[in-house]
Ligand binder design. Structure first.
Ligand code: SF4
Ligand code: SF4
Length: 132
């Protein structure tokens, strides 16, 4: 969750956020010996990496404070959020789970630029060919 999220945390509940190899590497290397990949990563049926949920929320979500425990090194998809790629619409949309997307994306220009980054990010993942 982001620093302007004000006690929300919706996007960290039952997360389906995908993870790139780089996301995983950054998180594991920053935790040295205290964290294994299998602690926070799961594979989907489509064979891509995703954040693991524990007790109904992301492994890294602190249920009491409602904060992300790895905010500074959170995965790229969490940084793009609440803008996501909708494969059915073949475009970027705001996730309906987020109550205040305009705080993070105040104008169309930012949306457009970030959407390009999202598509570029996904193109580098094995999953993208399956999404389109
Ligand atoms: S990594 Fe952080 S921001 Fe991303 S879903 Fe988990 S708790 Fe939320
Ligand atoms: S759903 Fe939106 S407002 Fe809520 S924690 Fe996530 S990004 Fe923040």
């Amino acid at each position: 969750m982001k620093n302007r999220c004000e006690d929300c945390g919706n996007c960290c509940i039952e997360t389906e956020m995908i993870l790139s190899d780089q996301d995983i590497e950054v998180i594991v290397s920053s935790h040295k010996t205290t964290l294994r990949k299998t602690d926070f990563v799961q594979k989907t049926e489509d064979n891509f990496y995703q954040l693991k949920n524990i007790n109904g929320h992301c492994f890294f979500f602190d249920g009491e404070t409602k904060l992300c425990k790895i905010y500074e090194i959170r995965p790229q998809g969490c940084r793009f959020y609440p803008l996501i790629y909708d494969s059915d619409k073949n475009s970027c949309v705001f996730d309906s789970e987020c109550p205040r997307p305009e705080i993070f994306y105040p104008n169309k220009n930012i949306v457009r630029k970030t959407c390009k980054k999202i598509i570029s990010f996904l193109e580098n993942q094995v999953v993208f060919s399956k999404l389109r």
